[in-house]
Design a protein around this ligand. Structure first.
Ligand code: CO
Length: 301
């Protein structure tokens, strides 16, 4: 279960599960609190700071910077350090990750400030329906097929190139991918698998592409760094291990320069904001679950 060197190898399955349960509970609690803060005129940076502080207050750490993605931005947006933007009549996706000793809870909700009830309902319904059919032995292609069917029934398109995923210690995205559309081949889920299901619905293309903004990065390799400014920024990244971090979490000077150098050297990689290709509005809903013999347990309920 441990993929990282230097971590204790003596955890029992039960101890690991307890940590997943803790991470899931905190993610769920903070998600509910965050929803109440998302109002027209409220500051995005204040909501982001609130979410990440509450995670720490509850004894976990952020597994990734809170994603606050508006309208046709589907994912990977998070406020800049000096962000002054406020919510308007937006479709707001809040995607929260918590971890306890690297064991992750991943959950997302859409707050509708734009009067797009049906769009928001479609991804929520798809998630809830998918959860109902989960059990050990299910093929992930059945999940994708159901999610697609439900979102289409509302007159929207599931985002085909965003998927749910597995979770492992200190890795927020691992196989298997959980499709949001019908696929040729899936994989069979087993009892004890921990996965995140996250349907996205769009009133545009139903396909996302990389935007130009990058505020979230993660470590991808280690190489010697000579430049003192770059080394100083790099020294702050170590504590996040393989988990994503926000540019706004880093302190000091010439952070943009340092991240650019680190990215060029193949030490870190940025996550561009993902946008609907046709500029359609996108909604999202997500839970982390553990597969059981006859069903599943939602860890971020
Ligand atoms: Co996720």
């Amino acid at each position: 279960m441990n993929q990282l060197k230097g971590l204790p190898e003596d955890e029992t399955a039960e101890e690991i599960l307890t940590k997943y349960i803790k991470a899931g509970k905190v993610a769920s609690m903070v998600r509910s609190e965050a929803v109440k803060k998302v109002r027209i005129g409220a500051s995005l940076l204040e909501v982001a700071t609130f979410v990440e502080q509450r995670i720490v207050e509850e004894g976990c750490k952020p597994a990734f910077p809170v994603n606050i993605s508006l309208n046709s931005d589907a994912a990977h947006a998070t406020p800049k350090k000096d962000d002054t933007s406020v919510f308007g009549e937006d479709v707001v996706k809040i995607d929260i990750g918590t971890h306890f000793d690297g064991y992750i809870g991943d959950t997302a909700v859409t707050v509708d400030l734009a009067g797009k009830d049906d769009l928001v309902k479609s991804s929520k319904d798809a998630l809830e329906s998918a959860i109902k059919i989960l059990h050990a032995g299910i093929n992930t292609k059945e999940i994708g097929e159901l999610i697609e069917e439900i979102i289409l029934s509302y007159g929207y398109k599931p985002v085909s190139n965003l998927t749910g995923h597995g979770l492992m210690q200190y890795f927020a995205h691992t196989p298997p991918s959980i499709p949001n559309v019908k696929v040729e081949h899936g994989v069979v889920l087993e009892e004890g698998d921990i996965i995140a299901i996250e349907p996205f619905a769009s009133d545009g293309a139903g396909k996302v592409t990389d935007g130009h903004l990058k505020e979230i990065y993660h470590l991808v390799g280690e190489k010697p760094i000579r430049h003192p400014v770059v080394r100083k920024v790099f020294s702050q990244i170590a504590e996040y291990k393989t988990l994503p971090f926000a540019k706004r979490w880093l302190t000091g000077t010439r952070i943009d320069f340092a991240l650019l150098q680190l990215e060029k050297a193949g030490i870190v990689s940025g996550y561009p904001v993902l946008r609907d290709v046709d500029g359609g509005l996108v909604s999202q809903a997500e839970h982390t679950v553990i597969i059981t013999e006859n069903g599943c347990e939602v860890l971020t309920k």
